[in-house]
Design a protein around this ligand. Structure first.
Ligand SMILES: Nc1nc2c(c(=O)[nH]1)N[C@H]1C(S)=C(S)[C@@H](COP(=O)(O)O)O[C@H]1N2
Ligand SMILES: [Mo]
Length: 322
């Protein structure tokens, strides 16, 4: 059973290799193992729900549902498409620190410790701080927003996040006038996260936004999903959600936020700059070098929709790029 086995190093079943891991297929994976014939999978071979076992997962989710998070539903953010089923979103994830597979992360990460958790905010700010995430949760006004979410690999979902605008936190630390970018880092614990033992990958996972993007009302620091705290596989205890950009910008399990004057080097951009740009706004007219971006497929139902410019959020963000 691939999802209850903790992969050691490069022990990744071929059927779990997805386009975001093609970098490793081509340049490292084949070399490392001396195997041939691992090509890019075509999108039609993906099966977002092929391995999900609702019976096991129900028990897993019940533990989170038992801890609801109080949050005001913000009806300003609605999506015309059906919401993705919780069990589907919780069993189809991307978290490279633990695996390049998607279906087993919920199981693989069940024991990942996310409390207590410190979040440090510093760099070019007047008022740096280190916060306990549980405290932060109590002090920030939490709201629920239903957002479209679009991975660069063309899968998409519609989920209800709980969080607060990143802007609210940035206002507390007060960026200096030199600050131009917001750099964010995930934990680095190779003893816990197996794939972080691979020195060829530029750990820790880093993402970044321009200060204007980070201050946009849509940019959400997220602590919950489907009415409760985030399960580990969704990036507990605190992750970013930037709904108009491809999913890899939405960095999980953040430990540090730093205001900088230079564009940060980010994880996927370092691995493959041609394929994963720093900006990476969702755009149907700019194909990925290896696949089209004109349409997207909803996980769970596989229903296909045309990709929307800025993932449908142009009204709120297009002005940032004029
Ligand atoms: N630290 C970290 N954050 C990450 C990733 C990752 O591998 N590591 N994957 C990204 C990608 S590619 C996507 S599509 C989303 C997936 O979020 P989900 O599993 O909650 O759907 O997380 C993003 N954040
Ligand atoms: Mo992704």
């Amino acid at each position: 059973m691939p999802y209850i086995k903790i992969p050691k190093g490069w022990d990744i079943p071929e059927n779990q290799v997805t386009p975001e891991s093609d970098y490793m297929n081509r340049r490292t994976f084949i070399k490392e193992l001396g195997i041939a014939g691992v090509g890019a999978l075509s999108l039609s071979q993906w099966s977002p729900d092929a391995f999900a076992r609702p019976k096991d997962v129900e028990g897993h989710l019940a533990a989170f549902r038992a801890k609801p998070l109080a949050a005001e539903h913000n009806s300003q953010f609605t999506v015309e498409r059906p919401m993705t089923a919780e069990v589907v979103a919780a069993t189809y994830n991307n978290f490279y620190e633990f695996s390049s597979g998607k279906h087993e992360l919920w199981k693989l990460m069940e024991d990942f410790q996310t409390h207590p958790w410190q979040l440090e905010i510093g760099g070019l700010v007047n008022n740096p701080m280190t916060l306990d995430v549980d405290d932060l949760l109590k002090h920030m006004p939490l709201e629920e927003r239903i957002y479209r979410f679009r991975c660069v690999e063309t899968w998409a979902m519609v989920v209800p996040w709980i969080g607060f605008p990143l802007k609210a936190l940035l206002e507390k630390v007060q960026p200096t006038s030199d600050a131009k970018y917001v750099k964010m880092l995930t934990f680095w614990e190779p003893d816990v996260a197996q794939q972080q033992q691979n020195p060829r990958l530029p750990w820790p996972y880093v993402e970044g936004l321009t200060l204007a993007e980070a201050m946009n009302e849509l940019t959400l620091l997220t602590v919950g999903i489907y009415g409760h705290i985030l399960p580990p596989q969704h990036g507990a205890p605190i992750r970013l959600v930037v709904p108009w950009k491809y999913g890899f910008k939405s960095i999980k399990s953040i430990v540090r936020i730093a205001l900088t004057d230079k564009q940060p080097r980010t994880f996927w951009n370092t691995l493959s700059p041609r394929e994963y740009g720093f900006e990476s706004n969702v755009n149907p007219n700019v194909p990925h070098p290896r696949w089209a971006q004109a349409t997207e497929s909803m996980i769970g139902t596989r229903k296909r929709y045309p990709t929307q410019i800025y993932n449908g959020y142009g009204e709120a963000v297009a002005h940032l790029y004029e």
